[in-house]
Design a protein around this ligand. Sequence first.
Ligand code: DQA
Length: 147
Amino acid sequence: MSQGKVLVLHGPNLNLLGSRQPEIYGYETLDDVNNMLREKAVMADWDILCLQSNHEGALIDAIHAARLDGTQAIIINPAAFTHTSVAILDALNAFDGKVIEVHLSNVHKREAFRHHSYVSLRADGVIAGLGTQGYRAALEAVMVGSN
Ligand code: DQA
């Protein structure tokens, strides 16, 4: 049996990571990020599912599935839905495990509309501005926190 199960959710436009505004989001691709996370999780004997969607409902469905399949934690970069989605907040509020919100960029250094996050009302931890290292830190926090 594994040590636990973590769901990593990436929101809209993050499929373009590496080629989308690299001066803000960097040159690593989403596959690079997911492969790094998978490697780290597997080494610690954790199950990990990484999923990206440009559709709000698909992200919500994944959160609902996580309520029922023994997932202990969700690491989520809701991307633009961070600033707009009460529905994702509601879905996360129905999930009992740990929630870590990750942003590649420091949203607080950017446009005012990026300063507010609905998801932060639920998140146990928030990491912003560390680029892809933020996902690594989030996964460490999840795996340490469960011991
Ligand atoms: C982001 C920040 C959001 O404001 C933006 O809409 C994104 C990515 C980040 O990772 O820095 O798409 O979540």
